[in-house]
Design a protein around this ligand. Structure first.
Ligand code: KG4
Ligand code: ZN
Length: 384
C-alpha cells in the first residue's frame, strides 16, 4: 500500500485545527489555533464567538498545516473533517470549507466522529512509536470538556466499531473542572489551571462524596443510554461535586477572596500558574487539590471497575482531561497493579487537534467510506 497523506480539519469547539498524517501512523504537521483568549472573559465557550473565530482562522491554519508538511492542496490524497459531536455553527465552518476543498480538488472527503478521533490519537502515537501490537478487547475512556464516555472498541475488517458502556449523566468531567475553576475565580479553561495548582494543596483536606450510581438505576434513568447489550452500564455524574464546591465556598465565606482574585487576574494579559498561585490562599489550594483528587479517584475507580467486569486487555485514556497529571499517574499506578496496560496520547494530542481526525479517517479511506455531498454537521453525533 503506498503512503497516504490525509489533511484533517477540526472545528468542533474552541480550537481551529488542521494536520497532515501519513497512513494513520505518522504526524507530518499539526497546527492548532486556540480561542482561549476570546472566551476567557466569559469563563466558557461562547458558541457565536467560536464560529466567528473559526471563520477567521480556518484558511491560514490549513495553509500552515500544508506548508509545514511540505504538501499542497493538490498533493494530499484525501480530506477528513469532524462531523460531530460539537457546536453546530463551529462544526459547519470546518465542514463547509472541507467540502468546498474536496469538490474543487476532486478528492475524497471523509467524515469523522470527534470521539473516534480522540481514540485514534492513542493508536496514531503508538504506531508512530513502532508499537503495532494491540491486545483486544480494548476499553477507551474519552474524557473531555463535553464528554465522559466509556467505549469497548473493536477493529473489524472494514474499520472500527464502538460500543458505549458508560457516559456522564450530566456534566462532563472537563466541564466540572472548568465550572469549579470559574466559581473559584480562576481562568478558562479550568482543567490545566487546577492541574497546576493542585500540587500546592492538601488533597485530603475536603471530602467530596461522589454520587454512586446503581446498575439498575442506570437502565431506568431517563437520561441513560438505551442498553442494547448484556453489559452493565458504568455511568458518571459530575454536577453534584460542583454544587458541593459551591456550598463549601459559601459556608466558609470565601466569596470576598474569590472576587478579589478575579479582579487581580483580570488585569493580567496571560496569567501564568505563578500568578494564579500567588492569588490563592492555602484553604483555596486545599479545596482545589481535594476537588481534583475526588474527580481522579472517581474516573479511575469507575473505569477500572468497567475494565474488570468486561475483562478487557488494554485501556486507553484520551481527551482533554487525559492531559491531567494526577489522572495519568493514578491510572498508571492502579492499572499496573491489575496488570492492565494503559495508553494515553501525548499531552498535545490529548486536547483537541486535527491529527487525530486524519488518523481516524485512514481506515475509512482504505474502506472507501467517503462522505456524501449532503453530509452536514451533527451536534449530537453518536459513536458506534
Ligand atoms: O478534548 P478537549 O480539548 O475538548 C473537548 O472535546 O471538549 O477537552 C477540553 C477539556 C476542558 O474542559 C479542559 O479544562 C480539560 O479538557 N483539560 C484538562 C486539562 N487540560 C485540559 N482537565 C484537567 N487537567 C488538565 N491538565
Ligand atoms: Zn475533544
Amino acid at each position: 500500500m503506498p503512503d497516504t497523506y490525509i489533511l484533517g480539519i477540526e472545528s468542533s469547539c474552541d480550537e481551529t485545527a488542521a494536520a497532515v498524517v501519513r497512513s494513520g501512523e505518522q504526524v507530518i504537521s499539526n497546527v492548532v489555533a486556540s480561542q482561549f483568549a476570546t472566551h476567557r472573559p466569559y469563563g466558557g465557550v461562547v458558541p457565536e464567538l467560536a464560529s466567528r473565530e473559526h471563520l477567521r482562522a480556518i484558511v491560514p491554519v490549513v495553509r500552515t498545516a500544508l506548508e509545514e508538511a511540505g504538501q499542497t492542496y493538490q498533493s494530499v490524497d484525501a480530506l477528513a473533517v469532524t462531523q460531530g459531536p460539537g457546536l453546530a455553527g463551529a462544526l459547519l465552518v470546518g465542514i463547509s470549507y472541507a467540502k468546498a476543498l474536496a469538490f474543487a480538488l476532486d478528492k475524497p472527503l471523509i467524515a469523522v466522529n470527534h470521539l473516534e478521533g480522540h481514540i485514534h490519537a492513542v493508536l496514531l502515537e503508538e504506531r508512530q512509536k513502532g508499537n503495532h501490537e494491540l491486545t483486544f478487547p480494548v476499553l477507551a475512556l474519552v474524557v473531555s470538556g463535553g464528554h465522559t464516555h466509556l467505549y469497548l472498541a473493536e477493529q473489524r475488517e472494514n474499520g472500527w466499531t464502538y460500543q458505549n458502556i458508560g457516559r456522564t449523566r450530566d456534566d462532563a468531567a472537563g466541564e466540572a473542572f472548568d465550572k469549579v475553576a470559574k466559581l473559584l475565580g480562576l481562568g478558562y479553561p479550568g482543567g490545566p489551571i487546577i492541574d497546576k495548582l493542585s500540587k500546592f494543596g492538601d488533597p485530603k483536606a475536603v471530602k467530596f462524596p461522589l454520587s454512586q450510581i446503581k446498575h439498575r438505576d442506570r437502565r431506568e434513568h431517563a437520561g441513560a443510554m438505551p442498553s442494547n447489550s448484556d453489559h452493565p452500564r458504568f455511568d458518571f455524574s459530575y454536577s453534584g461535586i460542583k454544587t458541593s464546591v459551591l456550598r463549601y465556598v459559601e459556608t466558609r465565606a470565601m466569596q470576598a477572596a474569590i472576587e478579589e482574585r478575579k479582579r487581580a487576574i483580570a488585569v493580567i494579559a496571560s496569567p501564568t500558574a505563578d500568578d494564579y498561585r500567588r492569588n490563592c490562599d492555602q484553604p483555596t489550594l486545599d479545596l482545589i487539590a481535594s476537588f481534583q483528587r475526588a474527580m481522579v479517584d472517581d474516573l479511575v475507580d469507575k473505569t477500572l471497575t468497567a475494565a474488570r467486569e468486561c475483562d478487557v486487555a488494554t485501556l486507553f485514556v484520551t481527551g482533554g482531561v487525559a492531559a491531567n497529571n494526577e489522572l495519568r499517574q493514578t491510572f498508571e499506578r492502579q492499572a499496573a497493579g491489575e496488570g492492565l496496560p494503559v495508553f494515553f496520547p501525548s499531552r498535545p494530542l490529548s486536547t483537541d487537534n486535527a491529527a487525530m481526525i486524519a488518523a481516524a479517517a485512514y481506515p475509512k479511506f482504505l474502506a472507501e467510506d467517503f462522505a456524501s455531498p449532503e453530509m452536514s454537521a451533527e451536534a449530537s453525533l453518536q459513536l458506534r
